[in-house]
Design a protein around this ligand. Structure first.
Ligand SMILES: [Zn+2]
Length: 412
């Protein structure tokens, strides 16, 4: 008999999830319209909706005409159902957003970090920013439903341990455990590009697409792959480390220990290096003041501004880097034939200069049958793709197991 009760609970949870997802996809809906959209009978829908209203996930928004033309009370997800925290611990920044249950950002904070800082210092700063989000939620009377954190490295999905982040030189940091010790809500930790890939298919530019490659270029290059509608983890959960594919056998030493990795040729540091080399060779540039070991003060927004002001060194550094981005992407187009490549990370700010070159390079180098069906698009959330993907990840968990998750959040 116990197994049967378990089955019924599971079926109820699945049906609740179906209703919530229908309300996420096509709000607002009446009960009658929900029955049509989900294929569930009207009595079941009424009972499930009541449970979701009691749990605070769904609210009534007034009267409107339903699809049969008869007036009905309309339902939508309740933005006040709770808060979600999305966070990214980047190589040189920390970014945190707080959203309501409608995924609207109600607070955000970003600050720069320096990877030469001690690991403890950076983690303390990250914790303080997450605490800031918690306090903001409290002032908006929202209880936190969960948070997800993206990191630039390999993560063990089971334990939420950061195994290796080459550009930070961090190894075996038990991030989820640390966050769970400090905060009383569910915590997810994953690779930043995987999270962003998920977010862009969940409520970004690739919504509804089934085969999507997400590539982010910043200090390094990260990749996330959605295959046949699901985030592809690989055999042990480490798929998507495209930044470390070798493009130049005797190239520059990468932070991972290999030579000639894609990210040594096509990341933010590659842009800065090209500028530095041009200036050292005597070329005129408004960015010359950043030479002599001051390269770390150069940022992509500064380079983009210089390019917009007609600085040829800045423009060439961006377009040369874009050529290498295009070469790597052409290889990936041949391998995966994605419907869409979504491009994010801080280099996406230079889209005007890099996207045409990337498109040109892909069309020259990838097999045309594969590349013809691939479009390349800037991430809907640009350099916020990871934090908004983190929000999507928590959101999806909530919508999949609403009552279990709500119970856990409330215990917290
Ligand atoms: Zn590498």
């Amino acid at each position: 008999m116990r197994a049967r009760t378990g089955d019924q609970t599971l079926i109820r949870e699945i049906n609740l999830s179906i209703i919530l997802n229908a309300l996420r996809d096509h709000p607002p809906l009446s009960r009658a319209a929900l029955a049509v959209a989900t294929g569930l009978n009207k009595t079941t829908v009424s009972s499930l909706v009541q449970q979701l209203i009691d749990a605070g996930f769904v609210g009534e928004t007034g009267v409107g005409k339903n699809i049969t033309g008869r007036p009905g009370i309309l339902l939508q997800l309740n933005p006040q159902a709770g808060g979600i925290i999305g966070a990214e611990l980047g190589v040189d920044f920390i970014s945190v957003v707080l959203t309501d249950f409608a995924a609207r950002v109600i607070w955000r904070h970003q600050e720069r970090t320096d990877r030469r800082e001690h690991q403890e210092t950076i983690l303390r700063r990250a914790m303080a920013n997450i605490q800031g989000a918690v306090e903001q939620a409290r002032s908006h009377s929202l209880s936190i439903l969960g948070m997800a954190l993206g990191v630039p490295g390999l993560v063990d999905g089971e334990s939420g341990m950061l195994l290796y982040a080459p550009n930070l030189h961090w190894e075996n940091v038990p991030l989820r455990q640390m966050l769970r010790t400090r905060f009383n809500f569910p915590v997810f930790v994953d690779n930043e590009a995987s999270i962003a890939a998920f977010g862009e298919t969940y409520f970004g530019v690739a919504r509804g697409l089934r085969n999507v490659l997400y590539v982010s270029a910043g200090v390094g290059i990260g990749g996330g792959l959605v295959l046949d509608g699901r985030l592809y983890p690989g055999g042990a959960g480490f798929a998507g480390e495209v930044g470390h594919m070798t493009l130049e056998p005797d190239g520059l030493l990468c932070e991972c220990g290999n030579r000639g990795c894609w990210e040594t040729l096509a990341s933010q540091s590659a842009v800065f290096r090209r500028i530095h080399e041009a200036v050292a060779a005597g070329e005129m540039s408004s960015l010359a003041r950043f030479k002599n070991g001051k390269r770390e003060h150069l940022t992509i927004p500064i380079v983009v501004r210089a390019a917009e002001d007609g600085d040829l060194v800045a423009r060439r550094a961006l377009t040369d880097t874009a050529r290498y981005l295009g070469i790597g992407l052409a290889n990936l187009v041949n391998a995966f034939n994605p419907e869409m490549i979504v491009f994010g990370g801080i280099l996406s700010l230079a889209k005007e200069y890099i996207i045409p070159v990337i498109q040109q390079t892909i069309s020259e180098r990838a097999l045309r049958w594969a590349s013809r069906s691939t479009q390349i698009v800037i991430a809907a959330y640009g350099s916020d793709a990871c934090v908004m993907g983190a929000v999507a990840m928590v959101y999806d968990e909530m919508l999949r197991q609403p009552l279990q998750r709500a119970a856990r959040a409330r215990v917290g």
